[in-house]
Design a protein around this ligand. Structure first.
Ligand code: FAE
Length: 526
């Protein structure tokens, strides 16, 4: 297996075997297969294409994260964010905007292709990862398989037996999923915050469940013992982890490069897609520098095109392509069926004797599972607040079964793609989360924190999400395997296939569906 670090050590910004070839500036670069994006969907596609012997080019708008900064670290932490933290912002935009209503969390930064983006739409902003590895670089690593009954509800046309017997296990193995040692969990200061939240849930008669993660818990135990450099125990997560986490650059993408068939170009954003008369796909791609300036506009051509730009990236490309007429035969459902996985964040104030600990691991390991409550299904991840002192705050990311969906539309006046999600649709998630946490507060005689999500006071964070899903829903915008309707040899492998909600953190589902698509496509279409 070729590690990404090896390729980068040679000073290559383009990674892989083809990178040594000289290219005329104006020439069309041609590859049998192109993959747009290097998150979960893109990484699975790249590996399976490479293993099938198909020369494949991956185009990723973010950086390759392999070069240490002046502090010797590749990524910065949440306590001291710098330009590496966010995608072309002048100030960080952390999910927790304030503490005691004070603007102490966010910092001014120099615009740079940082690793975390917050994309703003009218009534919803969406966090996404940017770089080789996509969301895997910034996420909490929670690797949760949805309950089968809900998967079937969301994907009635997909053979659930094959998913649960073959593709989910394959995805978990490839992603390096592991679980925290329960004995260590019960004794370590680093998960006191989780145990305190569990106690409040248990007092309410609610069920809690351990959730697996792709962070290496063996490594975390060494961090706690002082024998390994701290990462999850050093406030590293949403701006990247320097150690411990099996992000895609360490798993799928490293294996993809190891096939010798896969090349990754970084800082290249696909702007437009069209189809030539010979059936090939033509891509217009902007190459940017560290200031965001477009330094070159390139043309690529391929026979097979795999879209892995994520729910926002893929949907934007296709909505634009359909509505500007470059791919006019795309289905009317392209752009529809989007939801934020019912995401709502909320904090509770514990009693003075229920401490949560100054030291908190950044990787969540437990959730409150009230999904089988048909009256109000919620799965709430117990989230850390790793700011280095005792806060008595229990923080949660609630995933609610919000049935609301929105659509992306192309606005020809501005030339942008807009998301029609409204504040009223978020209010549905808030009402569901509130119902659950009112019960917890009532059983424990506790109250909400209203100081964490900016001013004016706000108890529920309902205006951002971590789990954008849908926009090109499986079986609607595509066939039952992610083949885009209206065009042959055009595929989607990412979170845009998931119809707005999956009831748990989504990357295991996205990876498993991509595995299923790739197996079928390679068997039938190539
Ligand atoms: P994604 O991973 O977003 O990858 C898309 C890639 O395509 C990115 O690298 C983009 O830069 C790139 N791209 C997009 N458009 C273009 C373009 N036009 N040209 C070139 N490149 C492009 O997509 N999920 C979990 O299951 N567990 C968690 O614990 C968890 N925690 C999260 C915490 C945070 C802070 C965030 C932001 C997300 C979290 N998620 C979590 C969500 C998870 O990361 C997300 O569902 C997946 O990353 C989505 O995978 P995709 O392959 O759809």
């Amino acid at each position: 297996m070729i590690a990404l670090q090896t390729a980068a050590a040679g000073g290559l910004t383009r990674i892989g075997l083809q990178s040594a070839q000289a290219v005329e500036p104006a020439a069309v670069e041609t590859a049998p297969a192109i993959v747009v994006g290097s998150g979960y969907g893109g990484a699975v596609a790249a590996l399976r294409l490479g293993q099938a012997g198909i020369t494949t080019l991956v185009l990723e708008m973010g950086r390759l994260w392999n070069t240490p900064g002046s502090d010797g670290k590749i990524f910065c932490n949440t306590a001291n964010p710098d330009q590496r933290s966010m995608w072309f912002k002048t100030r960080t935009e952390a999910p927790l905007a304030s503490f005691l209503w004070l603007d102490v969390v966010n910092k001014d930064i120099t615009p740079y292709p940082g690793v975390l983006d917050r994309v703003h739409y009218d009534s919803m902003s969406v966090y996404v990862g940017r770089g080789v590895g996509g969301g895997s670089l910034v996420n909490g690593g929670m690797a949760v398989t949805p309950r089968q009954s809900y998967f079937t509800e969301q994907f009635p046309t997909v053979d659930a037996t094959a998913m649960y017997n073959t593709y989910f296990p394959r995805a978990r193995t490839m992603l390096g999923v592991n679980t925290v040692d329960p004995t260590w969990f019960e004794s370590t200061e680093w998960y006191q915050f989780t145990r305190t939240s569990r106690k409040a849930a248990t007092n309410t008669g609610l069920t809690t469940t351990f959730v697996p993660n792709v962070y290496d818990f063996g490594y975390m135990q060494q961090e706690a013992a002082g024998t390994a450099t701290k990462s999850a125990l050093a406030q590293e997560v949403i701006y990247g982890n320097n150690y411990g986490k099996k992000s895609l650059d360490k798993t799928y993408l490293a294996s993809a490069l190891g096939t010798g068939k896969v090349t990754i170009h970084t800082l290249e954003k696909v702007r437009a897609v069209t189809r030539a008369s010979d059936g090939s796909y033509q891509l217009t791609v902007d190459r940017i520098d560290n200031t965001g300036a477009v330094v070159e506009t390139k043309q690529y051509s391929c026979t097979y095109l795999f879209l892995g730009g994520g729910s926002l990236g893929t949907t934007e490309l296709l909505v634009r392509a359909r509505d500007t007429g470059t791919l006019p035969a795309l289905d009317a459902t392209v752009g529809a069926g989007w939801g934020p996985n019912g995401n709502t964040m909320v904090g509770r104030a514990n009693h003075i004797w229920d401490t949560t600990g100054a030291n908190q691991a950044t990787m969540p390991v437990m959730g409150i599972d009230d999904w089988s409550n048909t009256d109000n299904p919620v799965f709430a991840e117990i989230a850390p607040l790793p700011i280095g002192f005792e806060t008595w705050v229990s923080l949660y990311l609630a995933i609610t079964k919000n049935p609301q969906r929105a659509s992306f539309t192309y606005d020809s006046a501005s030339g942008t793609v807009k998301l029609g999600w409204t504040a009223a649709q978020s209010a549905v998630s808030v009402a569901m989360a509130k119902k659950l946490f009112d019960r917890i507060n009532s059983a424990n005689a506790t109250i909400y924190r209203s100081d964490l999500f900016g001013t004016p006071s706000k108890i529920f964070a309902d205006d951002f999400c971590y789990h954008p899903l849908g926009g090109c829903v499986l079986g609607k915008a595509t066939d039952n395997y992610g083949r885009v309707k209206g065009y042959s040899k055009l595929y989607i492998t990412d979170g845009s296939l998931v119809p707005g909600n999956i009831g748990v953190n989504p990357f295991v589902t996205i990876t498993a569906l991509a595995e299923r698509t790739m197996e079928r496509v390679l068997a039938e279409d190539t």
